[in-house]
Design a protein around this ligand. Structure first.
Ligand SMILES: *[C@@H]1O[C@H](CO)[C@@H](O)[C@H](O)[C@H]1NC(C)=O
Ligand SMILES: *[C@@H]1O[C@H](CO)[C@@H](O)[C@H](O)[C@H]1NC(C)=O
Length: 518
């Protein structure tokens, strides 16, 4: 079939405003010379559209890739694709780096708010509509907190939204002044928890949650913290494939495509996670709550797949420090509990299918050790062990910290969700973990690199403490490198040429090079 002849059909069809061709049967009887007055672009639009609905996956992928690389069309031509493409194609376009944003129609108008209700009230009603039975303690806590707050303090808090952004030190500096979080935040925290349960996702959808959350998302463009929680909910809902078409129809893909281009890394990561969960065409992995792919955030094509490509996954096991007051008191979990949960989520994201290098900070390093030990006991997780090549530890308290001796508030500030007594200097759990890990690691060929802080960490203007002393960060395997930074900055090199960054990069490159040699 020649391209010219094929084009004719497409263009003819537009002119007679007939529906797009369903089969190729009729193209033969059309005179190919009538292409003379036809714009090539227009042909390309319909050709690609048709190819994007092909039964052949490779053809579909190629069509999406070509669409995404097209930048010279007229607005209306992008709109043709936007209106006529299927769900799979739209998601593919949103996951293609080059895609023009004109592929994404503005979300459909949102239903207007009911008379006499404000958005907080609608959010509260959505939360109240969800099943409140058979929830774990933590979801119950969040839900009751949100419902209590809204009835008690709605009037008092009408003054507006208190948006606490960012994590870490800015909040620590105003330690003692606890922000008055709003009803919206409480409700969202509760909804995030509910959205981890598939049946609750169905309820959220059935009760108009996709639209309500979208309205809230648009209202809070200046509040990344609120937007992140909303995106966590949508990302969790996207784990359920039967909800994909409603998520797409409610206009979320346009919002996600735009968020992907955000210079704010967390905003882009949340969008990338949600889109990856929606993309069942090229993605097998699922990204559960708290697991993000930082790179590559876009679809890599079948051309790139043969090249050794790095995937960088980040794990959020504590929410930011600014959350600490609203966090569930029952959720101060042991390292053992958290490591099992995390191992399961990482496996779902495909970790262990390829060589892995773990990069961990502080308590995260203890989790990595515990995860590897747990994985070594489970045959279905053995691939995680077999594929582990290296581990980097930034200020990990292998032998405990003095932290346990400090006040509860300070401990929560640094380790918001952990039983801190596990981290004390003579904690039996920590000793066992360290001994078991050394025993386990001695027969393996893991490359290990340890960094440790030498500067104290300031908390407010009054308190300074050396969170992890040099001797505590000594794993007993691999180099131990002291660096003149504090506990929070040790995992945040200031510039690309910083020693920390360069040394980390070198370790990763050397470890991967070794892998290629073997
Ligand atoms: C919500 O209010 C009820 C009744 O006043 C109370 O028993 C419950 O502890 C409150 N929940 C939270 C999380 O404060
Ligand atoms: C991992 O390595 C062990 C020992 O070499 C082997 O018995 C096991 O089958 C491997 N697991 C996988 C999933 O390849």
């Amino acid at each position: 079939m020649s391209l010219a002849a094929y084009c004719v059909i497409c263009c003819r069809r537009i002119r007679t405003s007939a529906p797009p061709p369903q089969s190729t049967a009729s193209w033969r009887d059309i005179n190919p010379f009538s292409t003379a007055d036809v714009e090539d672009h227009e042909c390309a639009v319909w050709l690609l559209l048709r190819q994007s609905q092909s039964g052949d996956r490779t053809a579909r992928l190629q069509a999406v890739q070509e669409m995404s690389q097209t930048h010279h069309w007229h607005d209306y031509q992008y709109r043709i694709i936007a209106q006529a493409c299927d769900l799979r194609t739209l998601i593919g376009l949103a996951r293609s780096k080059e895609s023009d944003l004109r592929f994404f129609l503005p979300p459909p108008p949102l239903p207007s708010l009911k008379e006499d209700t404000c958005i907080e009230e609608e959010l509260r009603q959505l939360l109240a509509s969800l099943p409140q039975t058979e929830l774990d303690e933590c979801i119950q806590y969040f839900t009751s907190l949100a419902l209590n707050e809204s009835s008690q303090s709605l009037a008092a808090q009408k003054g507006g939204l208190w948006c606490f952004g960012g994590n870490g030190l800015p909040y620590a500096e105003s330690f003692g002044e606890v922000p008055s979080a709003t009803v919206e935040m409480f409700c969202l925290e509760a909804l995030v928890k509910h959205s981890e349960i598939p049946t609750h996702c169905d309820e959220i959808e059935a009760n108009g949650g996709l639209q309500l959350l979208q309205r809230l998302y648009q209202l809070h463009k200046d509040c990344p913290k609120i937007q992140r929680n909303i995106m966590r909910i949508i990302g969790n809902m996207a784990l359920n494939e039967h909800l994909h078409s409603t998520i797409v129809r409610s206009g979320w893909v346009s919002i996600l495509a735009e968020a992907m281009k955000s210079p704010r890394i967390m905003e882009a990561s949340h969008a990338a996670r949600t889109l990856a969960n929606l993309d069942r065409e090229t993605t097998r992995e699922k990204y559960q709550d708290g697991v993000y792919v930082l790179h590559p955030q876009y679809r890599t094509t079948w051309l790139a797949r043969d090249c050794p490509a790095l995937r960088i996954i980040s794990v959020e096991y504590d929410t930011s420090l600014s959350d600490w007051r609203t966090r569930c008191p029952m959720e101060r979990k042991s390292i053992a509990f958290r490591s099992n949960e995390l191992l399961r989520k990482l496996r779902a994201a495909g970790v262990g299918d390829r060589p892995v290098i773990w990069v961990s900070h502080s308590m995260g390093g203890l989790l990595v050790k515990k995860m590897l030990l747990e994985a070594s006991k489970k045959p279905e997780m053995s691939t995680v062990i077999n594929n582990t090549r290296g581990i980097i530890f930034y200020s990990v308290p292998h032998h405990g910290s003095h932290l346990a001796e400090y006040s509860v508030n300070i401990r929560y500030l640094l380790f918001p969700s952990l039983e801190v007594k596990e981290l004390s200097k003579d904690s039996p759990a920590l000793k066992t973990l360290q001994n078991d890990f050394l025993e386990f690691a001695k027969d393996r060929n893991f490359q290990v690199l340890n960094f440790v802080e030498t500067l104290p960490t300031y908390i407010g203007s009054m308190i300074k403490l050396h969170v992890v002393p040099v001797e505590s960060a000594d794993l007993g395997i691999g180099d131990l490198i002291p660096v003149d930074v504090d506990h929070l900055n040790i995992c945040k090199p200031k510039k690309k040429d910083a020693f920390l960054y360069q040394r980390t990069l070198q370790f990763i490159c050397e470890t991967l090079a070794k892998d290629l040699e073997d």
